[in-house]
Write a protein that binds this ligand. Structure first.
Ligand code: MN
Ligand code: MN
Length: 470
């Protein structure tokens, strides 16, 4: 109770929720550390545009920070577990014992993109092209008329695996999906709906344009030319595309956005912005009381299905490795540890776009510079298919974040019945644990150039660090 307050303004201040701007709550003496973090974060984005590259980059960062591969050590104080090169678990043992007080942060490291088909290469009108099959929720028209890069791996029958990355170095060529000129686009495109004027089967990548030799009788000379270049560089034949994971992603580096450099623009920030914050939080914490587990998973953008996604028993698998080192790898111990864990499903939310406010219910929306954003539930049509965090768990986190000076708010993804989406949260709640979605607001989510606020990222990182310590 507040006692008797007669001044209306004072009373209002005490009783009403007031939206905050995260920048107002970042002390001057943190700005240097904030900018250093953002530089490292941009490097993390540039070094990891696919789930495999993100795992590789994260492992390098972890090794530098003194973490070891669980398969090579008996000591479980600072370890990681690389799952099929596409998902990663990081564990840090707390002082209070291995069997209780587990904190989990789970994020994803896959992003919407164009995957190459299994027989991608063909020639048409003397141009070499690559067929693609899009991955995740994209607006197809955003992928035309821009420089694109090819990233991925090719696995050979002899067991070797080669990495490919073309289009990122200054001297590299890039690729593109060429759009139709406006002069001729009237009937073919302009009168159509936005989800129809670039059909999926026209998302074909321009890959080459020079014939192999002057023998005009020879068919598919341009295809032969690019295939022979690929063979020279990587030793591959057309059949090797079949055992490959090749992804077309936007070419170029993460950038600062705005004259004040207050934002970051890049491909793949959903959800590497949260993945990196979780990684840094588990590395940077001092001597944690509680044990912490960070899971960086794949396949979220297509529903978390598949061996490297959240809809697996990966959390149990990782804990069985760890608890085996302590002679405690019984399923009962693992299940209780998971059921009693507190979890943040670290994923991004939609930031209110000043030009498109109508899709949001502004009282319950996320804002750029609103700080950490929590979502009590996600889902579609009446919370369908989502996990909802219980009041008690939200209260516990309110207390934690407020005590640590974190600016945060709670938000839904758009108006009720406007659309919606799901996250990893429900797969973690399967283990009977407390879980809530936590991340930052993003403008232009799922586009080739997603926008986040440095202030929000900073608040999220500090919130994750506070969550993992106690
Ligand atoms: Mn996401
Ligand atoms: Mn997403």
């Amino acid at each position: 109770m507040l006692g008797k307050k007669t001044d209306a303004n004072e009373l209002k201040k005490a009783l009403f929720y007031e939206r905050q701007n995260a920048w107002d709550h970042i002390p001057e003496n943190q700005l240097k550390a904030l900018e250093a973090y953002m530089k490292d974060y941009r490097n993390f984005l540039d070094d990891g545009k696919t789930e495999r590259e993100s795992v590789e980059t994260a492992v390098e960062i972890l090794q530098k920070a003194g973490f070891s591969d669980i398969r090579t050590t008996k000591d479980t104080s600072k370890i990681y577990y690389n799952h099929l090169d596409r998902a990663l678990a990081v564990f840090r043992q707390g002082k209070s014992g291995i069997q209780k007080n587990l904190r989990i942060i789970v994020a994803h490291i896959d992003s919407p993109r164009l995957d190459l088909k299994q027989y991608p290469l063909y020639e048409d009108e003397e141009l070499a092209m690559l067929k693609t099959h899009y991955y995740g929720g994209i607006k197809k028209y955003q992928w035309v008329s821009r420089p694109l890069a090819l990233h991925g791996v090719i696995a050979f029958p002899d067991g070797t695996v080669d990495s490919i990355m073309i289009g990122e170095a200054e001297e590299d060529p890039v690729f593109t999906v060429a759009d139709l000129l406006p002069h001729l686009a009237g009937k073919a495109q302009m009168d159509k709906k936005a989800n129809e004027f670039i059909p999926a089967e026209k998302l074909n990548v321009l890959f080459g344009g020079k014939p192999f030799n002057n023998d005009k009788e020879l068919k598919e000379r341009v295809k032969l030319q690019v295939m022979s270049l690929l063979n020279e560089a990587y030793g591959i034949t057309e059949n090797d595309f079949i055992s490959a994971d090749l992804e077309i992603v936007p070419a170029g580096r993460a950038r600062e956005v705005g004259l004040d450099r207050s934002m970051i623009g890049a491909y793949g920030q959903d959800d590497r912005v949260c993945a990196y914050a979780a990684l840094r939080a588990i590395i940077d914490e001092g001597e944690p009381d509680v044990s912490s587990l960070v899971l960086l998973l794949d396949k979220e953008e297509i529903g978390s299905e598949g061996a490297t996604g959240a809809n697996t028993w990966i959390a149990e698998l990782v804990l069985s490795y760890i608890l085996a080192r302590h002679g405690l790898d019984q399923s009962a111990v693992i299940r209780r540890l998971l059921a009693n864990a507190d979890c943040l499903s670290a994923d991004v939310n939609a930031g209110v776009h000043p030009d498109w406010k109508e899709v949001h219910e502004l009282r319950n929306a996320g804002f750029i510079n609103g700080g950490l954003v929590l979502s009590k539930f996600t889902g579609v049509r009446g919370k369908g298919g989502s996990n909802e965090a219980a009041a008690e768990y939200v209260a516990k986190l309110r207390d934690l974040f407020d005590r640590n000076g974190i600016i945060w708010r709670i938000a839904e993804l758009g108006k009720t019945d406007e659309g919606g989406g799901g996250t990893i949260a429900k797969f973690m709640s399967y283990y009977c644990m407390n879980v809530i979605d936590a991340g930052v607001s993003v403008l232009d989510m799922h586009s080739p150039f997603e926008i986040t606020s440095k202030a929000d990222i900073w608040m999220m990182y500090r919130a994750f660090a506070a969550f993992l310590v106690k």
